[in-house]
Design a protein around this ligand. Structure first.
Ligand SMILES: [Cu+2]
Length: 111
């Protein structure tokens, strides 16, 4: 399973080799992001009700410096997955569980 820990390390590596922007990654503004719910959009590929996770093709999430990608997410409550089908467009909220690990805390169907 992909994790954003590796992604973050890669992005850090890339940005520091290109310029001096690595100092921006340690800015105080980062700390306010940690407790916030980050909004994102995507399309459901697969839902696993028993495991409490789903695979999403998500759009880029600038607030987290994540590019567009396909990945698995766990949810904070399995009931969030009720009624979701592959192909469903969703708007969802991410909360930080641990460094580089985000859980989906809410899901809304989108058009
Ligand atoms: Cu991702």
């Amino acid at each position: 399973m992909k994790t954003h820990t590796m992604m973050a390390a890669l992005l850090l590596l890339l940005s520091s080799s290109f310029s001096l922007t690595s100092t921006a990654l340690a800015s105080p503004a980062q700390s306010t992001e940690k407790s916030a719910v980050v909004q994102a959009r995507g399309i459901v590929n697969d839902v696993n009700l028993e495991a409490g996770n789903l695979n999403i093709d998500h759009e880029a999430i600038p607030a987290l410096r994540w590019p567009q990608m396909t990945m698995d997410f766990e949810v904070t409550d399995k009931s969030l997955l009720n009624g979701l089908q592959p192909g469903q467009k969703i708007v969802f909220g991410l909360v930080k569980a641990s460094p580089g690990v985000y859980l989906i805390s809410h899901i809304k169907k989108a058009k």
